[in-house]
Design a protein around this ligand. Structure first.
Ligand code: ADP
Ligand code: MG
Length: 240
């Protein structure tokens, strides 16, 4: 579904991704872990064209990602992104946030979109909050609205960039639970996270990124329980 082939990315002279080879199969959950500054967000942002890359190739469903091509808009509707800081429209209610993309980007009929948005908010446990303003919701609730908003686009894949890192600890579980349900429904997901327990339970594969290189990748169990590289071992000691 998502394939990285020798992807290189620099900001000016600073090379941030130094040849990334990896893939996320359809219906798979792949967790991307690694220290701060290792290039995790940059890698995600390259997938839906929020950043350009200079060499190599990223394909989604076989189609190369080219941030400068007109096809990038279509690609962004098929690959949704969930950010660390939910990025909801502050002056719109929960359901209006969820309806925004399908109405304005996909140009679907408001009545149909509304029914779907209600169902999605119910799916993330917010049936009673559809008219709430983001400011009236907890961080965990706002992130669940953001996930419903991503799902409203009927994406083929969702990219998550540290979706629980900005949350108070007691709200982490409710968001991870929603993500677990999506995994059970075989949503294709690439997830940057420091939640090692989540990765262990849910991920089909784990990628460990360090200094712009994937130093270790494989089945979650192998990478997280028996990492072969010292850098992975160090990192896991620090976050678990
Ligand atoms: P991570 O998400 O793993 O913490 P990032 O992808 O955010 O890492 O950043 C990787 C490197 O790229 C860091 O050194 C960071 O300072 C640099 N970087 C990220 N975004 C930009 C940008 N827009 N311009 C210049 N440098 C950037
Ligand atoms: Mg990041």
């Amino acid at each position: 579904m998502i394939r990285f082939e020798a992807v290189h990315k620099s900001y000016g002279r600073h090379e941030v991704l130094k040849g990334i080879d990896a893939e996320v199969g359809r219906g798979q959950v792949v967790c991307l872990i690694g220290p701060s500054g290792s290039g995790k967000s940059t890698l995600l942002r390259c997938v839906n064209g929020l950043e350009t890359y200079q060499a190599g190739r990223i394909t989604v469903d076989g189609v190369p990602v080219d941030a400068a091509a007109p096809t990038i808009h279509g690609l962004r509707t098929r690959v949704s992104m969930v950010f660390q800081r939910f990025n909801l429209f502050p002056h719109r209610s929960a359901i209006e946030n969820v309806m925004e993309g399908p109405i304005h980007v996909l140009r679907e009929k408001p009545a149909e979109v509304r029914a779907r948005a209600e169902a999605l908010l119910a799916q993330v446990g917010l049936a009673d909050k559809i008219d709430a303003a983001p400011a009236a919701l907890s961080g965990g609730q706002q992130q669940r609205v953001a996930i419903a908003r991503a799902l409203a686009m009927r994406p083929d894949a969702i990219l998550f960039d540290e979706p629980t890192s900005a949350l108070d600890p007691e709200m982490v579980g409710e968001v991870l639970q929603v993500m677990r349900t999506l995994a059970d429904q075989h949503m294709t997901m690439l997830v940057v996270t420091h939640e090692i327990q989540f990765a262990r339970e849910v991920a089909d594969a784990v990628l460990f990124l360090d200094g712009g290189r994937i130093v270790e990748q494989g089945p979650a169990d192998a990478v997280l329980r028996n990492p072969t590289h010292e850098r992975t071992q160090d990192f896991l000691r620090r976050v678990t």
